[in-house]
Design a binder for this molecule. Structure first.
Ligand SMILES: NC(=O)c1ccc[n+]([C@@H]2O[C@H](COP(=O)([O-])OP(=O)(O)OC[C@H]3O[C@@H](n4cnc5c(N)ncnc54)[C@H](O)[C@@H]3O)[C@@H](O)[C@H]2O)c1
Ligand SMILES: [Zn+2]
Length: 343
């Protein structure tokens, strides 16, 4: 097992890579605690949970709402949880995002921890202290920055993941390699088959490198004033694709990274050979390079992006594999540029 630490303004977080869900109780403080999970995770792994009250939520992006949050507040009150309580989210990114938000706001905030059960949650969603829910048709519109006390990343849990979910996790791993680590990118190229087969050494290295990268960036820029924006590589376009098509987050990010890479190549920043390598690796990892979304629908969704400051928008481009650059576009300029590279 390896431990990585995040030093955030909102507190410190310990990421425990290779730790087992069965050891969760060792990390719980000696105060009343409640588990938040979803039905699938409870059915598969409930036997490994510590003996605590469990609040079960539904699954899917449509339940990541303030209504679900309110239902959990009620359940916590019924459990008699007070300011001394603790919340544990056991699940994928949706459970973690909701549980973190609930804990951060219940009684003005109580401590919480996660056991991340999807690859995407282990390498991305559970790490970094962003918690929140969707609102008014926009993703993650309402939320807080607040660090979990701990995150358990148990590799054994990944073997039950549907392949599509697994591939979504690899999209975020590839994103991490693309923005900051060319060696990691080459490692995935050479080990794509073993990664998809969940070879323990490959997975642990990729989870470790992803978390180390994200932990470093978050420790330096917790509230996304600068460097943390690089983690949004592929996401400006990915979120637009996700909103229009409803495909899973990781798949939308994959197609979004291709748009960002094409844009980088069209602006003479990224060599064409690197663009081809990126597309080849995404294909090898069973990830889409393109989804059937019209450019008009994409542009329309882009214009609704909440991360837009007036009509300026930050877009992350690459000037090499392993090197991201933050550029600011005005909306009209971006629409024109995307329309030119979109296929
Ligand atoms: N907070 C952040 O920084 C951040 C970063 C990236 C993504 N996210 C959010 O994460 C969410 C996506 O997370 P996700 O991809 O983990 O989706 P998810 O939480 O919906 O999980 C996917 C599905 O897998 C099931 N599942 C979970 N663990 C399983 C296991 N071990 N075996 C079998 N099935 C399992 C779940 O029940 C669910 O049906 C999005 O809402 C996204 O916005 C947040
Ligand atoms: Zn993402």
């Amino acid at each position: 097992m390896e431990t990585l630490n995040i030093h955030g303004v909102s507190g410190d977080s310990r990421i425990l890579i290779g730790e087992s869900l069965a050891n969760l109780s060792a990390y719980l403080p000696s105060k009343p605690a409640v588990i938040i999970t979803d039905a699938t995770v409870r059915k598969l792994y409930g036997h490994l949970f510590p003996p605590l009250a469990v609040i079960e939520i539904g699954s899917g992006e449509e339940i990541k709402t303030i209504d679900t949050v309110c239902r959990i507040y009620t359940a916590l009150m019924e459990q008699g949880l007070d300011r001394t309580g603790f919340v544990v989210g056991i699940g994928g990114g949706i459970v973690c995002d909701i549980a973190g938000f609930v804990a951060s706001t219940y009684m003005r905030g109580i401590d919480f921890g996660f056991a991340a059960t999807t690859l995407l949650a282990q390498v991305d969603a559970s790490v970094g202290g962003k918690n929140g829910v969707n609102f008014g048709g926009f993703k993650n519109m309402v939320g807080v920055f607040n660090q979990p006390r701990f995150v358990i990343c148990d590799p054994h849990l990944l073997s039950s993941l549907p392949r599509r979910e697994l591939c979504c996790g690899f999209a975020e791993i590839i994103k991490h390699a693309l923005i900051s680590n060319a060696d990691m990118f080459a490692f995935i190229e050479h080990n794509s088959g073993r990664a998809l087969a969940l070879a323990r050494d490959v997975i642990e290295r990729l989870v470790h490198e992803s978390v180390a990268l994200k932990a470093g960036i978050v420790s330096r820029d917790e509230k996304e004033a600068g460097e943390r924006r690089k983690l949004n590589f592929g996401h400006t376009f990915g979120h637009a694709i996700e909103a229009v098509s409803g495909i899973p987050h990781g798949e939308a990010v994959s197609a979004g990274m291709v748009i960002a890479a094409r844009l980088s190549a069209a602006r003479g920043m990224l060599p064409d050979a690197d663009l081809q390598r990126i597309c080849r690796l995404l294909a090898a990892m069973d990830l889409p390079r393109h989804v059937p979304v019209t450019v008009d629908a994409l542009v329309d969704a882009l214009q609704k992006d909440k991360k837009r400051a007036r009509d300026r928008i930050h877009v992350i481009l690459l000037d090499a594999i392993g090197r991201a650059v933050v550029q600011t576009f005005d909306m009209r300029e971006l629409v024109k540029a995307v329309t030119e590279v979109y296929i």
